[in-house]
Design a protein around this ligand. Sequence first.
Ligand SMILES: *Cc1c(COP(=O)(O)O)cnc(C)c1O
Length: 349
Amino acid sequence: MGTATLTIDLDAVAANWRALDALTAADCQTGAVVKADGYGLGAGRVALALAKAGARRFFVAVAEEGAAVRAALGPGPEVCVFSGHMAGDTEMIRDLELTPMLNSVGQLTRHLEALPGHPFGLQLDTGMNRLGMKPTEWGAVRDIALAAGPTLLMSHLACADEPGHPMNAAQLRLFRAMTDEAGVPRSLAATGGILLGPEYHFDLTRPGIGLYGGLPFEAAQPAVRLSLPVVQVRELAEGETVGYGASWAAEAPARIATVSAGYADGLMRSMSNRAVLFAGDIACPLAGRVSMDLLTVDVTHLHEVSETLEILGPRQTVDDLAEAAGTIGYEILTALGHRYARRYTGSGA
Ligand SMILES: *Cc1c(COP(=O)(O)O)cnc(C)c1O
């Protein structure tokens, strides 16, 4: 088979959720962020595994993403939408029973007029300047908004992966000032915020990346394994080059394996001549540029070339590969392409 295999360990995802849940007090609920198709791993499958582990509140970026999650979960668990109630979303929000996190006075008005009595939350901007109402806007509508009965007040930290960053304490202070007297459940922390400590936890946390094995949750179990089939192996004489642009040259006689997967599968060109693949425990460096469907790997030092080489797994995490590509684990995961044969393992599969 020329197709690479992406194995998604739903037990690891569930274990990561439980481990993050254990970091907060018993009365603090742990949600689950499954936007961007569950960080590329399949929103429905991941959401179902997390619901079995105990998650009751899920978050997606836009209402359309809520469809797959609702279909997998059925009625009951709350599916919240970060982008709020956008024009044209009303039917979807009603029919799929989504909970929009309203971001502005305009969205609040739209929601209360279109779906009176339908649950909603409110997103407040404490300094990230991306989504939510800023303090002055909040001050103007706070009484009306609270009287309408929001189920959650939330905000998002800009620098939670840097524990010493002064933005964290500043955002916490502002979030408290905006919400302390509201008497409504609150949420501030994503994965990084959970690790900052109890004063950031409030009533609900919203981990995403940590569930999928990524930093800043260092104790996370890896949730993905990506194994690429070797299509061909060739011997090179000293001085021969490999791939587009002839960017790698054999300094001595060499052996090159060509494996199936490339930048069309989310393995970025920036990994060229930098990332490694693994044959068992042995690292094999990329030789030459990543092309659309193929990678070329220096396997000169292997006694025998295996049928597959692994680019993600226990020996190389999404963050290790991200470093080679000059990006972050989030981008490696969400870039994973649609050509892989996907295998789900674990009791939630
Ligand atoms: C993506 C996102 C999260 C999850 O963040 P992680 O860093 O992946 O844990 C939580 N809240 C909001 C508002 C987000 O956009």
